[in-house]
Ligand binder design. Structure first.
Ligand SMILES: [Zn+2]
Length: 441
């Protein structure tokens, strides 16, 4: 009924029992697709696997929604049990010996990626294995109650496996085309392959667009073969973006980046200087692309994204909190390691909060001196930036409102403060900074 992926027909004979359930993809309602499960004729075995077998129609429906309608809908899908290692995605009837949730999802994913669209050469086994692995990840992400491990923990484990060695490309080089273990490298073809699809999704910043690309690829290459470059062309046509660097770095390239950040605050801005080294610099010396950062602060975390285009790039943005740290790639979109993250003094300026006495004549950032204090505090502030200050206790009660003179850059609080924690909020037309003060007599 359908053209067939020609390289993996299978024939199994045994004393099977048949179990049938049905998938009902919304796009073909009310019609349904029969799912035929052929298992060893053993009720105990069937009973212990029924819950997972019953996930199959749910996966068929979800993948139909994400990738386009199940490609062999007028025929069937199913499982044939046979004593093989792992599974094999025979078209419309996957073979496996055990019925784990991820294996069921992976082999089903191959019906789209591998069978309906087949890799043109073994160089591009990514089209099969990278996408089938990602199909399993997507089922976990979209249907978390059907899985025991979280999708996030699966992605972390895949990244760690990828980074267990410094090099290796998803693309299978010609020299390795007769090495079955390299072609089917779990680390590179499956897990790095799936991880970079996730990164490409992050680059798009638009899940509708991402899944539109997957569906367009399926439509365009249905019953055909395709390379990664064919997929790239579809991604570029649908999104209007250029993915040449992306594929050169992540698909044809090797290794992963290690990011480091030096950051400082100045007036109402945070400045981040981002550097990177790579694990396989002879092959890939720089990874450009979007990276996410969470700026941590007691006043609330802030997440920002910047498109990294060069090493040592500086990003500056409005930020009026007191940062306590930065998390790089907090949602784990990118295979990467973290080097050092340091808060540094603004270049050419005295330390933000000079310890002990000393009254610099120019103040760039408001601060309180001394801090901790034995009870008497002085506010220091840049003039023409901050015009008012307010003293609060830990309950948020206003204790004192202060007009900041613009003829001087300091104000001595007259009251001797009792032991405890206080907050001084400095405000100006465009600035707002709160500083925590500890008073210990
Ligand atoms: Zn596979």
């Amino acid at each position: 009924r359908y053209p067939m992926a020609y390289y993996h027909p299978s024939f199994s004979v045994g004393n099977y029992m048949e179990y049938v359930n049905y998938a009902a993809p919304a796009a073909m309602a009310p019609a349904q697709i029969p799912i035929l499960h052929y298992l060893a004729n053993n009720n105990a075995f069937f009973n212990s696997n029924k819950a997972n077998l019953d996930k199959t129609p749910v996966f068929v429906e979800k993948m139909s929604e994400l990738f386009g309608l199940y490609p062999f809908k007028n025929e069937k899908y199913g499982h044939a049990q046979a004593n093989i290692g792992g599974g094999m995605e025979q078209q419309t009837m996957s073979t496996m010996s055990s019925f784990g949730t991820s294996l069921i999802a992976h082999e089903l994913g191959h019906q789209w990626f591998g069978n309906s669209v087949t890799c043109a050469t073994w160089n591009h086994i990514w089209i099969n294995e990278g996408f089938a692995t990602y199909a399993d990840y997507l089922m976990n992400e979209q249907l978390p109650t059907l899985y025991t491990s979280s999708a996030a923990s699966v992605m972390t484990a895949m990244h760690n496996n990828v980074m267990s060695a410094t090099g290796g490309s998803v693309f299978v080089p010609d020299a390795d085309l007769f090495d079955e273990n390299r072609i089917f490298s779990n680390r590179l073809s499956y897990e790095k392959g799936a991880s970079i699809i996730h990164t490409l999704r992050f680059e798009l910043q638009n899940d509708n667009l991402f899944f539109q690309i997957l569906r367009q690829f399926q439509t365009q290459f249905k019953d055909k073969v395709a390379t990664a470059d064919d997929f790239k062309a579809v991604a570029e046509n649908v999104s209007g973006k250029n993915f040449t660097n992306f594929f050169n770095q992540w698909y044809y390239g090797q290794g992963y980046p290690t990011y480091s950040i030096n950051y400082y605050t100045r007036n109402d801005s945070l400045v981040m200087n981002i550097t990177q080294t790579t694990s396989s610099p002879g092959n890939t010396s720089f990874f450009s692309g979007l990276v996410e950062y969470t700026i941590q602060s007691g006043q609330g975390d802030t997440t920002v994204k910047f498109n990294l285009t060069s090493n040592g790039q500086e990003f500056r943005f409005k930020y009026i909190k007191d940062p306590t740290g930065i998390v790089i790639d907090p949602n784990n979109w990118i295979i990467n390691r973290v080097g050092s993250i340091n808060r540094v003094n603004p270049p050419g300026e005295p330390p933000v909060n000079p310890p002990g006495p000393g009254t610099p004549s120019i103040v760039f950032e408001p601060y309180v001196s001394p801090n901790p204090s034995p009870g008497n505090i002085t506010l220091r502030y840049p003039t023409n930036v901050y015009t008012q200050a307010a003293l609060f206790d830990t309950q948020g009660r206003l204790m004192q409102k202060i007009q900041l003179s613009q003829n001087t850059n300091q104000y001595q609080v007259g009251t001797l403060l009792a032991n405890g924690v206080y907050f001084i909020r400095f405000t100006g037309a465009e600035n707002d900074k709160t500083i925590k003060v500890l008073v210990v007599h």
